[in-house]
Design a binder for this molecule. Structure first.
Ligand code: NAD
Length: 507
């Protein structure tokens, strides 16, 4: 495994971070990639203090200049796309093609944020009083705490960081303890970008615009409970969100939560199965089922249920036979699960599905002779007579429940009867069905004739219900990283009038 060469290429010298606290393993073969030291409480305290100092300088740099830094960062990512994608694959296990897509998303996000740096628009409002100017302005908020999940180890951070930086906010980032190396690589690229910025503009930058802090949930909790971080943007499981949200609320901070999904697609008897099938396959087995937007439930019309299930079984058979393997190798479509716990959770869910009346196809561990310390599986299909309990939970592995329906209202009620509300889709050629579902789906994302995953950054991303309600990317996501201020100026000469016509005359 070429981990040292890849890290060196990205400018990360591991000696700086070496320690006994955290063994980072590659899911490809389970072998250790690095032994890291976790940041101490004192270091976390100091990092946040420095981020606060950086904020006092950065907030006064004009937003388009802040955009220049993000533009240069995007250019550095373009130059480093291949090694960073490789590191994502080594550390996270997603196939190289998807890892490249993840880095491309970071680049796109930088481009998007650069444009926004000239469009952080406020409002001018018609005042009810003469000679008054009424306006709303958006101001930098403060250092932002960002906590990220293992499955999009760099893209999700960039959704936050690119916007936060143009909005005038430094970023304190706690990556997943399963994927700290990609975060350290981003930090190294960002540090080089800062040097480049100073060199090319002649402007000094405050130190402390980005801190990467290595640690587990305990370190995350130090960020969550720190009142110097006015916004905590946390991505991960619903379980994590349930702990984080009340803690941030208790200090009256803001949280932006991007939590688990349990995404369903309805396949109507009016669907074009030639369109539906490839979309379902990418959504269900891509990234080895480890996307928040993975398709986990297919709700299929009884008239096409058997035909669709048969086609899915044939496709899953082909995938099992030829597409599972080392994610660095061309031709692999499905890499490993992240770790043994993910495999155990998958088997537990499949046992529960059998117990609850489901028929399970595939889903076993494979390649264990070649990779005894890694967890490769054949994606599982589960035929169920109704939406069984286990299908209502998000199991972060490739399990697809196939559920029959008769009427569209029934399908929608099955679809919405889960706690999560991230992404949804319908496959149909009937415009009326499509429009009806778009209005009735209770998710943050609703698609027609495409799958639930692979969102573009131009649209707001996030979900309702247990998914947490947060939105990242999209046209106005930047507002989460700023504070809104209303200001009224009086420029007349007579004593100023009061709003609502109130008279208050002191004789
Ligand atoms: P996780 O909840 O185990 O961990 C996510 C992050 O939260 C990690 O950095 C972890 O250290 C931290 N954390 C955990 N408990 C914490 C606590 N009490 N206080 C502070 N920090 C804490 O999730 P995971 O296994 O890394 O990722 C998979 C989950 O993330 C899935 O549920 C997936 O759907 C979700 N996810 C959601 C989105 C989205 O945009 N909605 C995107 C990616 C992943």
């Amino acid at each position: 495994m070429d981990i040292t060469a890849t890290l060196n290429h990205l400018g990360v010298t591991l000696q700086e971070y070496t320690g006994p606290d955290l063994i980072v393993r590659s899911p490809i073969d389970g072998a250790p990639m690095a032994a890291l030291r976790c940041h101490t409480r004192a270091e976390v305290e100091a990092s946040i203090a420095h981020a606060v100092e950086a904020f006092l300088v950065w907030r006064d740099v004009p937003a388009p200049q802040r955009g220049t830094l993000v533009r240069l960062f995007g250019e550095a990512l373009r130059a480093g796309k291949e090694p960073l994608a490789r590191l994502v694959t080594l550390e996270n296990g997603k196939i190289l093609e998807e890892a490249r897509g993840e880095v491309q998303e970071m680049i796109d996000m930088c481009d998007f944020a650069v444009g926004l740096s000239r469009q952080l628009y406020g409002l001018t409002i018609a005042s009810e009083r003469p000679d008054h100017r009424l306006q709303e302005t958006w101001l930098p908020l403060g250092p932002i705490g960002v906590i990220t999940a293992f499955n999009f180890p760099v893209a999700v951070w960039s959704w936050n960081a690119a916007l936060a930086l143009v909005c005038g906010d430094p970023v304190v980032w706690k990556p997943s303890e399963k994927t700290p190396l990609t975060a350290l690589a981003c930090q190294a690229i960002f540090a080089r970008t800062c040097a480049h910025y100073t060199q090319s503009t002649g402007q000094a930058l405050p130190a402390g615009l980005l801190y990467v802090l290595v640690g587990d949930a305990t370190l995350g909790d130090w960020l969550v409970t720190d009142p110097r971080l006015p916004l905590i943007s946390a991505t991960g499981s619903c379980r994590m969100g349930r702990i984080v949200a009340p803690k941030v609320a208790a200090r009256l901070g803001r949280s932006l939560l991007e939590l688990g999904g349990n995404n369903g697609v309805i396949v109507s008897d009016q669907a074009d199965l030639g369109v539906a099938l490839p979309a379902i396959l990418f959504g269900a087995v891509g990234t080895c089922g480890q996307r928040c937007t993975t398709i986990r439930r297919v709700i299929a019309h009884r008239r096409i249920y058997d035909a669709l299930l048969e086609r899915l079984r044939t496709a899953y058979h082909h995938i099992a036979a030829q597409s599972i393997g080392n994610p660095l190798e061309a031709g692999t479509l499905v890499g490993p699960l992240i770790d043994r716990a993910a495999f155990a959770a998958m088997q537990h869910a499949l046992d529960a599905a059998r117990h609850q009346g489901g028929t399970v196809f595939f889903g076993a561990r494979v390649l264990d002779a070649t990779y005894p310390h890694a967890y490769y599986v054949t994606p599982a299909l589960v035929q169920v007579p109704t939406q069984v309990d286990i299908a209502r939970a998000e199991t972060f592995a490739p399990i697809l429940y196939v559920i029959p329906y008769t009427t569209l209202d029934e399908a929608i009620s099955i679809h919405n009867a889960v706690p999560q509300g991230l992404s949804s889709a319908i496959f149909t050629t009937d415009l009326r069905e499509a429009e009806y579902f778009q209005r009735r789906s209770d998710c943050g994302i609703v698609n027609v004739n495409i799958g639930t995953s692979g969102a573009e950054i131009g649209g707001a991303f996030g979900g309702e219900k247990d998914t947490g309600g947060g939105r990242e990317a999209g046209a106005d996501a930047w507002k989460a990283y700023m504070r809104r201020q209303t200001s009224t100026t009086y420029y007349g000469t007579a004593p100023p009038a009061l709003a609502q016509g109130i008279r208050f005359e002191v004789r």
